[in-house]
Design a protein around this ligand. Structure first.
Ligand code: ADP
Ligand code: MG
Length: 345
């Protein structure tokens, strides 16, 4: 008898708990838009770890917060960006750690609600090659639980936003790389998510196409929280409000591009080009890079150091043809922090 009562109580508590949670979740989800507007942190990743089955620790304790605007994961291939974004978007289960979207746990009981707030464009969006661009958007809409009519309406609207209205009838297999990337982002935007997760949205595009796509993303990001990744320093520098510097599965620094440059790469970059026969050591300047035609120094005070560099070089037998002094960028920051050179640096 005791045993039965205990079991009944236990069952009741489980039921009650479930109901309790559901009630809480409903309340949170119903108020989420108003609530999101009131707070700055929309995405919160807490101590994310991912160890793949083969034992590779791809992400090793990553925590960050992202609010409105573009938050950029910046690092070279293999630094853990894709793994992190997949966990944030709810597509890959973390080994440990949590992700909250608007306070809802992506990997907890509220996963359905949490994920409905996120649009994810992985690097290779699954498209049906034999459907056209609009049909693919409708297909993605249906997967998200939208009606055919709504998917079509929204699909057409998004094709227009991305300047693809003339490509609605193009088979996806025939689209250029740039158009395919735009279509991926349109697909991620179908459900009008508050959070947009984009894995290397401009990879493989030429600089002009990259710039134009980032311009669109910047205007979108005004009202949304965009969490994106790039392995190109200039992409992060020109487009991110906040940069998370990724190195070997960890965040080694974070801040706005200006803050990072100020903190980790103060001073100026001095580029000397010509016929270089020796790279002299100069006080208060450090050599960042050197080749037969080009030496790059970093210096806090270029006005004093530049004449010394040129004098030392000429004395060493080099012929200096061109000198450039510029502010350092995130490429220099990355090099300083990790010893690794990023593309676009
Ligand atoms: N499915 C997988 N199985 C095993 N190892 C993986 C898998 N995906 C990625 N990795 C490894 O995890 C590390 C991080 O990869 P990834 O997250 O793709 O980095 P990034 O996007 O910065 O290039 C790399 O060493 C990569 O080889
Ligand atoms: Mg990647």
């Amino acid at each position: 008898m005791e045993c039965i009562v205990f079991r009944l109580l236990f069952l009741y508590s489980i039921l009650w708990k479930t109901e309790f949670h559901t009630v809480l979740n409903e309340a949170a989800a119903n108020n989420i838009r108003g609530w999101l507007e009131g707070v700055l942190v929309i995405v919160e990743a807490v101590d994310l770890v991912k160890i793949y089955r083969n034992g590779v620790k791809a992400v090793d304790g990553v925590s960050f917060e992202a609010g409105p605007g573009i938050t950029m994961l910046m690092g070279p291939n293999g630094s853990g960006k894709t793994t992190t974004l997949s966990m944030v978007a709810g597509a890959l289960k973390p080994t440990s750690g949590s992700v909250y979207i608007g306070g809802l746990d992506v990997w907890g009981r509220e996963w359905r609600r949490a994920r409905s707030l996120v649009g994810f464009a992985p690097q290779n969006m699954p498209f049906k090659e034999r459907l056209n661009a609009l049909e693919n958007l409708v297909w993605h809409g249906l997967i998200k639980g939208m009606s055919i009519r709504e998917s079509k309406r929204r699909g057409r609207e998004l094709l227009e936003v991305f300047g693809m209205e003339d490509h609605a009838g193009f088979m996806v297999g025939k689209l250029s790389g740039g158009l395919r990337r735009r279509l991926s982002i349109a697909a991620a935007l179908l459900g009008d998510p508050d959070v947009l997760v984009l894995d290397e949205p401009t990879s493989g595009l030429d600089p002009a196409a990259r710039r134009s796509l980032w311009r669109r993303l910047r205007s979108l990001a005004g009202e949304k929280c965009v969490v994106a990744s790039t392995h190109i320093a200039s992409d992060a520098e020109e487009n991110a409000g906040k940069v998370l510097v990724f190195h070997k599965g960890r965040i080694v620094a974070e801040g706005s591009p200006e803050e990072l440059v100020e903190k980790y790469s103060p001073g100026s970059v001095i580029v000397v080009e010509g016929r270089i026969t020796g790279v002299p050591e100069v006080d208060e300047a450090s050599v960042v890079k050197s080749s037969g035609e080009r030496v790059v120094y970093m210096a806090r005070d270029p006005d004093t150091v530049l004449p010394r560099i040129i004098e030392a070089m000429v004395r060493a037998g080099s012929r200096v043809e061109r000198v450039e002094v510029r502010k350092p960028g995130l490429g220099e920051v990355y090099l300083r922090l990790t010893g690794v050179r990023l593309e676009g640096a």
